[in-house]
Design a protein around this ligand. Structure first.
Ligand SMILES: C[S@@+](CC[C@H](N)C(=O)[O-])C[C@H]1O[C@@H](n2cnc3c(N)ncnc32)[C@H](O)[C@@H]1O
Length: 501
């Protein structure tokens, strides 16, 4: 079946009526979560609708009707829909392109769900997910809010800025966040269908974005921004007819060229001091290190880079993830054909693994050597991560702008979330391992030697690091000049990651 048209925002009065009804029904993240309860909510997160259908079937409230209609893809009784949307009315909902009649009832033609952060409540329309249509996705599918969307939203540093850009906006989820701290938001996408959804979502949430069509940075040629974010179509996809070209995840380039291109060209679109952040995949070739490849992309750009690899998959895991993602089940011929195409594609470039991570780039304000930090951090991190990323960029900028003399002149303080662990063999008087642990941020743990532990023990903001190192050298009866380089390196690492402030 062909894709149905996205909803239209051409009649502001109808959009306002919808907003009124959604608010009156308490169609919020908390409202839906309370209605479904933990079991059905968790099942839905695993793409299982049945428990949610059972939790909402007999509730008979406007909220339950909205969940069944727009979240689960169920056919809903006409009277129930009219009762759930009393201001908009059934006809208004049809005029907006949100629903159509089916048999005796009504079905949604798009997904529409509440979404929010600590301070905002929004609604976001997108194409119906596979769990609602019960069929594989169309190639022009416009994605709703997924794991990658929320990862990027969590990691985005959010200084107050004048102009911000969201590349590949899709339904506009990143732009909703940007609007909370940017004076002007520009969104782009190659997909006109996505741009229609973005226009609708901007209108529904009563915000205003500049919406421009085109590929990657083409639509903003010659323009610069203070903050750029992108959850780009980074999925590495074999260029064969066996694999559908899903617009939402595949930018049409070979291998990891989309992300490489973004790293290389985004600096032209940043004002001095501007920050860009995006997600990406990168190929690991043979037995090389991912850092070599990604450092090669950054080299020559003049940009500061802090790139954190969060996950690694082998080619088979990657193929399974993305063959399944479009709605194909592993027992089918289509799945097996796609799986083979991915394995062949990776083998043709000797790709042994694929890294996933968060790329944060900054155009330096002045004329100095850029910093390039490439880290590997798996597992849970702070939520949201954005404040920590901003602090990390600021700390790294300070380190890049100041030499060791200035570093040693500061009386550093261990951050409030830093603790120390000492492990020793039973009966041993001295610890064999001393670990510094960060409670928030990237949840770093750093192994300390005796001198490092001694330095940290006096980081209370009163003693400049130079004097502390001199005293430690005396105490340990070692040469101060020999001790200093290791402790300077430790200071730089701990300051960069916010363990010392
Ligand atoms: C992974 S989705 C991200 C959507 C949304 N920004 C989010 O965070 O969930 C990638 C988006 O990039 C768009 N896209 C695909 N190819 C593109 C290209 N060459 N240039 C710009 N956008 C593209 C897709 O239409 C899709 O909306």
């Amino acid at each position: 079946m062909a894709s149905t048209s996205p909803p239209t925002a051409t009649d502001p009065a109808l959009v306002a009526a919808l907003r009124t009804d959604l608010a009156a029904a308490a169609y919020t993240v908390e409202g839906v979560s309370d209605l479904l309860g933990p079991l059905a909510g968790a099942a839905l997160a695993r793409e299982q609708v049945l428990p949610a259908q059972r939790a909402t079937a007999d509730a008979g409230t406007p909220l339950a009707t909205l969940v069944r209609l727009f979240g689960l893809g169920d056919a809903v009784d006409t009277d129930d829909v009219a009762a759930a949307l009393p201001t908009l009315g059934l006809q208004g909902a049809q005029s907006l392109g949100l629903v159509r009649e089916q048999g005796p009832g009504v079905v949604a033609t798009c997904d529409l769900r509440p979404y929010g952060d600590e301070d905002h409540a929004w609604w976001v329309a997108s194409d119906l997910a596979e769990i609602a249509t019960r069929e594989p996705l169309h190639e022009d599918h416009v994605l709703g809010i997924g794991g990658a969307s929320t990862t990027l939203a969590s990691w985005t540093p959010r200084p107050v800025v004048g102009r911000a850009l969201d590349i590949g906006t899709g339904c506009g989820v990143q732009a909703l966040h940007l609007g909370a701290h940017a004076g002007h938001v520009t969104v782009t996408d190659l997909s006109e269908r996505a741009l229609d959804y973005a226009r609708f979502n901007a209108a529904l949430n009563d915000v205003s974005w500049e919406v421009v069509g085109g590929s990657m940075l083409d639509p903003v040629a010659g323009r610069q921004f203070e903050l750029i974010v992108s959850n780009p179509p980074f999925v590495i996809t074999p260029r064969t007819p066996d694999v559908p070209l899903f617009e939402y995840r595949d930018g049409g380039a070979s291998g990891d060229a989309i992300v490489a291109g973004l790293v290389r060209s985004i600096g032209d679109h940043l004002v001095p001091g501007g920050i860009a952040q995006f997600l990406g995949n990168w190929e690991v070739v043979g037995d090389t290190d991912w850092r070599d490849r990604v450092r090669g992309w950054v080299e020559g750009t003049g940009l500061d880079a802090w790139i954190v690899q969060r996950d690694v998959q082998d080619p088979a895991e990657y193929a399974e993830t993305w063959a399944r993602d479009g709605g194909h089940h592993s027992a089918t011929v289509e799945f097996a054909t796609m799986y083979a195409a991915w394995l062949d594609d990776f083998a043709s470039r000797d790709v042994t693994a694929v890294g996933f991570g968060v790329v944060t780039l900054q155009r330096p304000l002045g004329d100095r050597d850029p910093f390039v930090h490439l880290d590997e951090v798996g597992g849970p991190v702070a939520q949201p991560m954005g404040p920590h990323v901003l602090a990390g960029i600021r700390a790294r900028t300070w380190l890049a702008e100041h030499g060791d003399d200035e570093l040693l002149s500061v009386a550093w303080t261990a951050a409030a979330d830093v603790t120390e662990e000492r492990h020793s063999r039973p009966g041993d008087p001295d610890p064999t391992v001393i670990l510094l642990r960060q409670g928030g941020g990237l949840r770093r743990s750093v192994r300390l030697d005796t001198a490092g532990a001694a330095l940290l023990s006096v980081c209370d903001g009163t003693l400049p690091a130079r004097a502390a190192i001199a005293a430690i050298a005396q105490l340990l009866e070692v040469d101060e000049d020999a001790l200093r380089p290791d402790l300077v390196a430790l200071l730089r690492e701990l300051v960069a990651d916010g363990l010392l402030t």
